[in-house]
Structures are given as C-alpha cells and as structure tokens.
Design a protein around this ligand. Structure first.
Ligand SMILES: *Cc1c(COP(=O)(O)O)cnc(C)c1O
Length: 370
C-alpha cells in the first residue's frame, strides 16, 4: 500500500464556485484564473469543471498551450504579458492575448510587426493605479494607449488594473476607492472594455465597479479572499481541494510527557495522541502552531507539537472511537460530510489558503472526484 495521504479535487465544488462568481458579476465576462497550475489543482483536472468560464487567465505560455491542447477555444490571457519578443510567435499561433505593462513589451510588438506583418493581437493595457508592481503610471497611460492604437498588429485594447486591497481597507478607506478613481479618471475618453476585479473585488465590490471582464482566482478554489472578515460559508463557496490522510499510530501519554521534535508540546494531563501520515514534505506548513484544526473521522480536533517531515500529531483525547486507519482531513471536505475550510488551517501558520493549495508537493497523489 502507498502511504495513505492523498489530495482530492472536487469538480462539483469548482463548478459551484464558478457559478457563484458568475452570479456575483452577472453583467461581466468571467475569466477563470489558472495560474500556478490552477492553484495547485492541475489545469487538466479542473478544466472540465470550468466549461462555462468565458475565458482563462494564467502566466505561462505553456499553460495556454495545455488549454489549447484540451480543445479550449475561449479567450486566453497572459496576466504578466510576454517575457521576450519570441513569445509573440506562440501568442500568434495559439491566439493568446496578453497584458502590456512596460515599454519594452511595446517595443517587442513593434518589432514583431516587421517580422510577421499579418499577426493580430488583443492586448490588455495594464495601469499601475497604486499597487506599484506592474503597469504604466497614470500620467503616461494615454500616450502608450495612442502608441498601441497606431500599431497594425493590435486588434483591440482592454483597460486593465489590479487592486492591492480589494479584500479590506486601504489607509482606513474602502480598499478599492482610491485605485478605482485613478483608473476611471485615466481612461476617460479612451473608449474600451475594462478588466479590474479579482475574487475579492467580485465578491465585495462588483456593484460599485465597472469591470467588463473579471478575473476570478481564489474564490473558484474554495478559499475566502477576505478571511477572516468572511468565511467560505459566508460567500457560499465550497472547498475544491481536500488533503486527506489517516491515523497510522496512537500513543497514550501521561501528564508531563512531551510529543515530537523539540519537545515543545508537554501534556498537562493524560492524553491520547494520533500520529498522521502527513508532514511538511507533503506541503503541510511546518510552522503551523499547536491548535491548528483538523478533522478526524469528520470530527474537529487539533494538531499537537511540531510538524515533522512525514508526520504530524493530533489530539484524540476526546475521540475514543478513532483508531488506526481513521480518516484525517487536513483541510477540505471529509467523507463524513464535515468541512474544514482551508482558510482556518492557513491561519494556524500565519498564511493564506493560496499558499497551502499551491504547496502540495509532488509526492502527494491527486485524485479527482466528480
Ligand atoms: C492572481 C491574479 C488574479 C486572481 O486573483 P484572486 O485573488 O486569486 O482572485 C487576478 N488578476 C491578476 C492580475 C492576478 O495576478
């Protein structure tokens, strides 16, 4: 038998979550974001569940090729644009649109027009409206817009920006207000479609935004973009990935005895400790603190002591029915129907659901459940 650990991808949940995105942004085209191999789920695994997406967004040309190989005919968008002139051959061949966030990308487009005169591209002009990662400053935006308009190989331009604080506040104000104002002022008179919203903006701000194309990522994968303000239950989202394992050993310990490396957990009373086949080499955060929630046979309990490479330990003191082979859910859905949101587990190590789902390692087999 292989080690009992596995990750399960739930296609019904992915489909459900996409429907929530569509219902939250009813007048927009909803692109499913598939970067980081569909947030760790696997592009080929999730594709069937995203049939009703209006397009797909990702970072790597290879990811786009995989979508085309699956028969995808929908619009594809490279969120960071091209990384070299040569990328434009693949964009032309596979009909991929791309962000333009810098002058050197504009130069490559110009050069490409001389090499392949009949290629046509739909581009997303990226504005740096305040996040200060990618994009043109508002004061140079119109000039670049005009420059792109004069290129024969640019078929359409969509205005694009990205929010830094759609999940909360920014300097005590509503998190999108400042960037949205800059954006709308800058595009005035430059008639085109717009693309602004990520998951947090879709769920929290869609009414107050004009985003013709929304880019939904994390919400599709059953993590709340603004946890702990809202949980997945609040947004009616379902976990799309479950990390499951089993109890492989049980230790009954006395008050004063310690558990695991560093002996940093010491029992205050007699306890029953379960050893789980899951460790940091599977993608479970080593930094997780004692008290991080887990489900054993569908019942909530907590981790105890340090996470090691291949094992972690949980408190079974109150769970006398559990035994070797009992199901352990590190996050997601238990076969008993209970749910442990990935956001609560992420909070136990000071991180976010994104990092946990992207961090499942290669040795964990992934199974798809319809
Ligand atoms: C990752 C990403 C998104 C999706 O963000 P979520 O928070 O996962 O919804 C949208 N737009 C851009 C530019 C991104 O890089």
């Amino acid at each position: 038998m292989p080690r009992p650990i596995q990750a399960v991808v739930h296609l019904d949940a992915l489909q459900h979550n996409l429907n929530i995105a569509k219902a939250s942004a009813p007048n927009a085209e909803v692109y499913a974001v598939l970067k980081a191999n569909a947030y760790g789920h696997g592009i080929e695994r999730v594709y069937a569940a995203f049939q009703s997406a209006d397009g797909f967004a990702f970072l790597d040309i290879e990811e786009g090729k995989r979508l085309r190989a699956l028969g995808c005919k929908k619009p594809l968008l490279l969120l960071e644009g091209i990384f070299a002139l040569a990328d434009l051959f693949a964009c032309a061949k596979h009909d991929m649109s791309f962000a333009i966030h810098s002058r050197h990308q504009v130069q490559w487009l110009k050069q490409f027009a001389e090499i392949v005169p009949d290629a046509q591209f739909d581009v997303f002009l990226k504005m740096n409206s305040g996040m200060n990662r990618l994009g043109f400053q508002p004061h140079e935006y119109a000039e670049i817009w005009q420059e792109l308009h004069q290129l024969n190989n640019v078929r359409s331009i969509t205005h694009m920006t990205h929010f830094s604080d759609a999940d909360g506040e920014r300097f005590g104000l509503d998190g999108i207000e400042y960037q949205n104002l800059i954006f709308s002022q800058t595009i005035q008179g430059l008639e085109a479609e717009t693309s602004l919203s990520n998951s947090a903006a879709i769920l929290r701000h869609h009414q107050s935004l004009h985003s013709d194309i929304v880019r939904s990522g994390i919400m599709l994968y059953g993590s709340s973009p603004d946890y702990p303000s809202h949980s997945i239950q609040d947004w009616n989202l379902q976990p799309s990935m479950s990390l499951r394992s089993e109890i492989i050993a049980i230790q009954d310990i006395q008050a004063g005895q310690s558990v695991g490396y560093g002996s940093n957990f010491v029992a205050e009373q007699a306890m029953r400790i379960g050893v789980v086949a899951c460790g940091y080499a599977d993608g479970y955060q080593r930094i997780s603190q004692t008290g991080t929630p887990v489900l054993v046979d569908g019942v909530r309990t907590q981790t105890i002591g340090r996470v090691s490479m291949d094992m972690l330990t949980v408190d079974l003191t109150e769970l006398s029915q559990t035994n070797i082979g009992s199901e352990v859910v590190l996050w997601g859905r238990s076969t008993h129907g209970t749910v442990l949101p990935i956001d609560e587990v992420a909070a136990g190590s000071g991180t976010v659901g994104y990092e946990l789902m992207c961090g499942i390692t290669a040795r964990v087999p992934i199974q798809v459940e319809t």
